[in-house]
Design a protein around this ligand. Structure first.
Ligand SMILES: Nc1nc2c(c(=O)[nH]1)N[C@H]1C(S)=C(S)[C@@H](COP(=O)(O)OP(=O)(O)OC[C@H]3O[C@@H](n4cnc5c(=O)[nH]c(N)nc54)[C@H](O)[C@@H]3O)O[C@H]1N2
Ligand SMILES: Nc1nc2c(c(=O)[nH]1)N[C@H]1C(S)=C(S)[C@@H](COP(=O)(O)OP(=O)(O)OC[C@H]3O[C@@H](n4cnc5c(=O)[nH]c(N)nc54)[C@H](O)[C@@H]3O)O[C@H]1N2
Ligand SMILES: [Mo]
Length: 656
């Protein structure tokens, strides 16, 4: 928090081998150092190029082009830790790894299910859409282990009348699911709906849609009918009465939206969670028509655009083919490292140059101590950043900090003022223009930094006039339009104030899977067998943070002040374990025989299901194993870490 508050970084800095401090370096010398180190590697796969999700389309496109021309697909990104499970599940079942709804759909939806998401803190603008949905007669079901106050009740900040009334009750039905109890819960709801469908002669499911547009319906139904309903209730932690109430609310609705975020993606079964959400929507014919669909609510402002631009360690072959054809080189086909693989590769010294386009790799990734060792093993670590963070302090033998313009900064190049573009959660591409004069005249834009690295490293390899591309970003957009479908006429359409929509098959009921149909799926679920002294821990965001940037120590919606090293715990669990509120405890996780500890957390009694506890990200990341990840998406299991609580006599009680 302290270094984050030091303000912006004003000039490029280098930390030489065995030196004690970072010192200024010229841009030219910095790019030469990067080129020297990259040229020394035996194989381009020994370098890793991370991206956080704020990078513009223009910078991201040039960056992946540079990295692939250098010779690797080692392009892990924050998506690997975020919505990868959504992308994988949606691609498999619907044919595109993106959500299908537009903002308008919220206004006409009959039912919105918000699962594993805390929009009050993390997506406040979405609350206005939910409020409008309710004003138009829609209902809201919330599925979450925590009764997040911002979602239960919404006070519009600009509406004094509503503030006086105490806001709008948003949630109509709250299902306080156990941590990772979503698969059994969704299965229980679908089981009840299936019974109602049979009893009503097929009035509940959209059988016409199912017959015309989907496959594997029979398999799903056969699977649901075999499941033991009571076991599903027990594993979800939701009573029969509430499951039936949820099913009743879904029963006669035709326009349903499901929104979700990290509460469902960051589990070993993260991909299953989302396929189960798709099952429910497909049964109701609720994808591909107004007021209905899938809505994975994204994190960083351009995390989706970065993927569209090719920031992906596992790029599809047709993308690589188009890239190779357009730029007349052979793009590497071997898939690269995702975040979890990248950490291991550095730890095992299989990679020794690490370059980060934004983000805070050290603090955002799981297994902080292990990741730290990996970064320290590198010969060179490079951070392209706006502000200082811990990744600048835990570094390779040599390290660079390259300061870049942020999205709010004016970007003036040889060809005049430039703007960049980004893609939002709903697939709209629009322009983004900074207006604030940069804090020093030494900052470069992200595209200019990529061009600087590319010129030094690739020399003439791609035969591109990098300076001309940086002088006028329209020229970068011309290249994007040549490679990426949906970007025709990019420079004209991006100048419209509302931007433009990218093509999205499922939105219009066209499923772009190999069969041309949407796929139901049969998903196993994990029956948690926790010992008496084990808890399932979620790591969540407070109100005063943006990921690893901590603005303050308060989490006001949850009523927690001046402290972040807290563990939220069920009051009955506290007394059953012989603990006290406010007691200071240590947390221990053990995976594959390795013990990980996080010391000195204060117990806070909280309305959370038994056997579940909550801590804040990134303080608890030391406990998250790097080598246990979601099947199919490799996402770290940041929302289901098994931990034990240890007491330690040396820990003293805080005074307030
Ligand atoms: N102010 C602010 N805004 C942000 C961010 C920020 O840090 N600060 N981060 C941005 C980013 S990158 C992202 S990805 C998003 C994250 O947005 P969210 O996903 O809302 O963020 P988390 O705090 O991780 O919250 C996860 C929610 O899921 C619930 N949950 C946890 N486990 C489970 C479970 O097993 N089942 C269910 N049903 N629910 C569960 C938690 O109680 C919590 O309400 O926000 C983005 N916006
Ligand atoms: N335990 C646990 N771990 C998690 C999560 C969790 O819920 N629990 N959530 C995961 C998720 S969803 C995500 S998305 C990741 C986030 O992982 P990251 O994206 O790596 O982390 P951030 O904290 O968002 O990165 C902040 C840093 O980015 C830099 N920055 C900010 N703006 C810009 C810019 O415009 N350009 C450049 N170049 N740099 C910029 C600043 O230097 C700032 O310090 O963390 C993941 N880690
Ligand atoms: Mo995220």
């Amino acid at each position: 928090m302290e270094i984050g508050k030091k303000g912006r970084i004003g000039e490029p800095m280098v930390l030489r081998e065995n030196d004690t401090h970072y010192r200024p370096i010229s841009w030219e010398a910095a790019f030469q150092l990067i080129a020297e180190q990259l040229h020394q590697l035996q194989n381009p796969d020994e370098a890793i190029f991370y991206t956080s999700g704020r990078t513009s389309n223009e910078a991201a496109f040039l960056y992946q082009l540079f990295v692939r021309a250098y010779g690797t697909n080692n392009l892990p990104d924050c998506s690997n830790m975020c919505h990868e499970s959504s992308g994988v599940a949606l691609s498999q079942t619907l044919g595109i790894g993106k959500g299908s709804v537009t903002l308008n759909d919220f206004y006409t939806s009959e039912l919105v299910i918000v699962i594993g998401q805390n929009p009050g803190t993390n997506h406040p603008r979405m609350l206005s859409a939910l409020e409008k949905c309710k004003e138009n007669g829609g209902q809201i079901i919330t599925i979450n282990p925590l009764p997040e106050p911002g979602l239960m009740r919404f006070v519009h900040p600009q509406d004094p009348l509503k503030i006086l009334k105490g806001g709008t009750a948003l949630t109509d039905l709250f299902l306080q699911v156990k941590v990772n109890g979503d698969v059994p819960l969704l299965k229980a709801i679908m089981k009840v709906l299936d019974q109602a469908d049979q009893a009503s002669g097929g009035q509940v499911f959209d059988h016409d849609f199912i017959a015309r547009k989907t496959t594997d319906f029979e398999e799903l139904i056969a699977h649901l009918r075999k499941l033991d309903y009571d076991a599903l209730l027990q594993d979800s932690g939701i009573s029969d009465v509430l499951v039936r109430e949820a099913a009743d609310m879904i029963h006669d609705k035709k326009k349903i939206i499901v929104c979700w975020a990290m509460g469902v993606t960051q589990h070993e079964n993260g991909v299953d969670n989302i396929r189960e959400i798709v099952n429910l929507l497909l049964l109701k014919g609720s994808i591909g028509k107004p007021g209905a669909g899938t809505c994975p609510v994204r994190g960083h402002s351009n995390v989706q655009g970065d993927r569209t631009m090719g920031i992906w360690e596992a790029p599809p072959k047709n993308f690589l083919d188009r890239l190779s054809r357009t730029f007349k080189f052979q793009a590497p086909e071997k898939h690269g490292y995702a975040v979890a693989d990248a950490i291991r590769a550095m730890y095992e010294k299989k990679a020794s140059v690490f370059i980060a386009m934004g983000g805070n790799f050290l603090s955002a990734t799981p297994d902080t101590e292990y990741t730290a060792q990996g970064l320290r093993n590198c010969r060179l670590t490079v951070q392209i950043s706006t502000k200082l963070n811990r990744s600048h302090l835990i570094h390779g033998k040599q390290a660079l900090i390259l300061p870049c313009l942020g999205r709010t900064d004016q970007d003036i190049q040889a060809g005049g003022p430039q703007f960049v573009s980004v893609e939002n959660s709903r697939g709209v591409v629009h322009a983004s223009r900074g207006s604030i004069p940069p804090c020093t005249n030494q900052l470069l834009s992200e595209p200019a930094i990529v061009a600087g690295m590319a010129k030094a490293v690739l020399r003439n390899k791609l035969n591109l006039d990098w300076d001309a591309l940086i002088a006028d970003y329209d020229q970068i957009r011309e290249l994007i339009a040549q490679v990426i479908p949906g970007f025709d006429d990019y420079n004209t359409r991006v100048r419209k104030p509302e931007g433009f929509y990218l093509p999205n098959g499922p939105r219009v009921g066209r499923f772009t899977t190999p069969t041309g149909r949407a796929h139901f799926s049969v998903n196993k679920y994990h029956r948690w067998q926790l010992a008496n002294d084990q808890y399932l821990m979620i790591t969540i965001r407070s109100h005063d943070q943006f990921n690893t940037t901590i603005y303050g120590l308060d989490d006001r919606y949850r009523g927690i002040y001046r402290e972040r090293r807290v563990v939220l715990m069920n009051p009955q669990d506290i007394s059953a374990a012989g603990l006290q509120p406010k007691q200071v405890v240590n947390l221990l996780s053990t995976y594959n025989g390795i013990e990980r500890r996080a010391n000195k957390f204060i117990i806070v009694p909280f309305d959370i299901p038994k056997s579940c506890i909550a801590t804040y990200f990134p303080e608890a990341n030391v406990l998250v194993p790097a080598d246990v990840v979601a099947h199919g998406s490799k996402t770290p299991i940041s929302k289901s870490v098994i931990v034990k609580i240890e007491t330690n006599n040396q820990n003293t009680l805080p005074t307030n």
